[in-house]
Design a protein around this ligand. Structure first.
Ligand SMILES: Nc1ncnc2c1ncn2[C@@H]1O[C@H](COP(=O)(O)OP(=O)(O)OP(=O)(O)O)[C@@H](O)[C@H]1O
Length: 625
């Protein structure tokens, strides 16, 4: 029989670096307890249960996870039914936030710490399955005298980590016994079961969160690929890794010779860095093809069967057909789904008198859209635009509300109609609304609520009927929470929001470019292929306004009816280094912009991948690291 003093002596031996017959993970945990947590094996301590209010906080923080994990936990519990196992789900701090066990043993379980609220962190409880699993990041069994604290040595506990889709450990699933056979190997099946359950919970979590991304699931056996995959990753539209299960992280890390413990090295990287797969290959890996044909190779030569699941489309099919959209709104963009959806929404709103808030980065065309809404609305009055950031604070009041003759020193003798009144019967466009001073926000609120305006110096308000469209490149909601923008005004202005995409995200880039070139050259000019490539490779932080300026300059410089790459502003061509010819330089630029992701470059250029590969060879281009 292994006594209390034998146990203490064995831990002390391990602490002196002498060999002990324990698993490596157990010895490492003992050493952490002695050296790092400064625990004394001769001192025993009962299981610690956190106070009720703290447990409530921990449970609230883990609510989403508990919901996702619940069906996995219940399934596992049914599998081990009648064998006296209890199941614990603990959070990152080791606090038990969910518990499944036989109520008959509740008292004993609670005393042993196998209960809701028990804190099983290593620094508090010594070597235990949950605590050691949090430290090691791997599944393990802490069986009987593997425990550091003698109080816990009757227990046998097996735990597996649950990672979130960004590779961070978010919870631990534990299955424990109050009494168990002597042999640790008796828990091998338990280890397999918790591991499988944790894997399924991670998969369910990834599938729920990656609805709008590609998901690639892996299995070493084709039979189980579609029903019980071993690992999964999610991939965005540009072919970059955006999420992974723990198994997925390990496959990626192994493929590139990296450490899975550092998920930052994996997330955001192109999938082609790890697997012989490009974004364009994913449609070939869906279930339309037989499983055996869906074999992919990791960069380390590992072979896996793969199953790609298509993203759910983010854009609902527009309920209005393109022909039903009024021409001023139709002229805002090309035939891209996200633009048609935006036009259809704007068309519906244009016919109402609802206030609209337009959000979008600077230069994305917020004012342009506001004008199109006005033109599509059928209103007879004027479109009056006010840039709230550009009018000096002391003038803004009289500019907006107008004033009576002699209302203040320097006021015109005839008085003046304010911009709000000028928009009577039409549309008032309030640009950069986030910059409007707080005092004026209250007055504007009154105009909107009462439908009347009170000029400076007047005592009788004048009725106005205006349609308000406002715009901001700053998130108004955030300004509201900072107290810089009135909440009531925010809700008044924002009956509906229209969000303009950044130019780099628009799939009708070609249409916008054509439109702007026509505007500046009246149809006189065309663009060389190299110039188009350089324009497409740029990130456009200034959006359409920046493109507009670039094309204006290029149109002025172009000769012989063609805009060449050299006519473009330097920021667009400065990065091109290679090739010895314009087309080579432009392709190089595009490849650099896409981090040498051939599929992405081909997509942006509208070419197929083999053409891009041929051109890379022809111009002898190479990635520069
Ligand atoms: N859909 C479009 N088609 C063609 N040109 C456009 C389009 N949208 C905007 N532009 C042009 O881009 C430039 C910037 O547009 P606009 O002033 O509407 O942007 P904005 O988002 O209001 O900018 P800011 O945030 O700086 O106020 C203008 O020259 C405009 O004519």
């Amino acid at each position: 029989m292994f006594s209390y003093s034998d146990h203490v002596r064995e831990i002390e031996r391990a602490g002196r670096g002498l060999p002990v017959s324990r698993d490596d993970m157990v010895v490492k945990s003992w050493l952490r307890c002695l050296e790092h947590h400064r625990l004394d094996p001769a001192q025993t301590c009962e299981a610690y249960i956190v106070p009720e209010p703290r447990l409530k906080e921990h449970r609230q923080q883990s609510e989403d996870l508990i919901n996702i994990a619940r069906s996995g936990l219940e399934h596992l519990f049914r599998q081990v039914a009648g064998q006296n196992y209890v199941l614990l789900l603990s959070d990152r701090q080791g606090v038990t936030v969910e518990f499944l066990g036989d109520p008959l043993f509740n008292n004993n379980l609670r005393k042993a710490g196998l209960y809701l609220g028990a804190e099983w962190s290593e620094w508090r409880a010594g070597t235990c399955a949950v605590g050691a699993c949090i430290e090691a990041g791997e599944a393990l069994t802490i069986h009987q005298t593997d425990h550091f604290d003698n109080t816990h040595t009757p227990l046998s506990c097996t735990a597996a980590p649950i990672y979130d889709m960004h590779g961070e450990l978010s919870a631990v699933l534990d299955i424990s016994l109050l009494s168990s056979p002597i042999a640790k190997a008796s828990q091998n099946l338990a280890l397999h079961l918790v591991n499988a359950t944790a894997r399924r919970i991670e998969l369910a979590n990834l599938m729920a969160q990656a609805r709008h991304e590609w998901v690639l699931r892996f299995s070493r056996s084709p039979e189980f690929l579609d029903v019980d995959p071993e690992a999964a990753i999610s991939i965005d539209g540009r072919g970059r890794i955006v999420g992974m299960t723990h198994g997925g992280a390990k496959i990626l890390a192994r493929a590139a010779g990296l450490d899975w413990r550092d998920p930052r090295q994996l997330l955001g990287e192109p999938v082609s860095r790890f697997l012989d797969v490009e974004i364009d290959d994913l449609p070939d890996l869906t279930r339309q093809r037989p499983t055996q044909d869906r074999l992919v190779f990791a960069r380390d030569g590992d072979a896996l069967f793969a199953h790609a699941i298509e993203p759910h489309s983010r854009i609902r099919a527009p309920a209005v057909s393109r022909e039903q959209i009024p021409p001023p709104l139709r002229r805002l963009g090309g035939d891209a789904p996200e633009i048609v959806a935006l036009q259809a929404r704007a068309a519906k709103l244009a016919r109402t008198s609802l206030p609209i808030l337009i959000q979008g980065e600077t230069g994305t065309g917020k004012e342009h859209l506001a004008r199109a809404i006005h033109e599509g609305s059928g209103l007879n009055g004027q479109f009056v635009a006010i840039n709230c950031a550009a009018i000096p604070e002391q003038l803004i009041e009289s500019e907006l509300f107008g004033y009576l003759p002699g209302a203040f020193t320097g006021a015109s003798a005839k008085g003046r109609k304010g911009l709000i009144e000028q928009a009577d019967g039409g549309t008032l466009f309030l640009d950069e609304i986030g910059d409007m001073p707080l005092v004026l926000q209250s007055r504007l609120l009154r105009v909107l609520a009462e439908g009347e305006v009170l000029p400076v110096g007047a005592s009788v308000p004048r009725p106005v009927q205006i349609r308000v469209v406002s715009a901001s490149h700053r998130p108004l909601q955030a300004l509201v929470s900072q107290g810089a923008f009135r909440e009531d005004l925010y809700y008044r202005l924002n009956a509906a929001t229209l969000s303009l995409p950044a130019l780099r995200d628009r799939s009708d880039f070609d249409w916008v470019l054509e439109e702007i070139l026509k505007r500046h050259s009246g149809g006189r000019l065309t663009l060389s292929a190299a110039a188009v490539m350089a324009l497409k490779a740029h990130d456009w932080p200034g959006n359409i306004r920046e493109l507009d300026n670039a094309v204006a300059v290029a149109s002025a410089l172009a000769e012989n009816g063609v805009v060449e790459i050299g006519d473009l502003p330097e920021v667009l061509v400065g990065k091109a280094g290679a090739g010895g010819c314009e087309a080579g330089a432009a392709l190089d630029l595009m490849l650099v912009a896409c981090d040498w992701n051939i599929s992405e470059a081909a997509r942006r250029l509208g070419l197929d991948r083999s053409t891009v590969h041929r051109q890379i060879k022809r111009y002898r281009l190479k990635p520069k690291h």
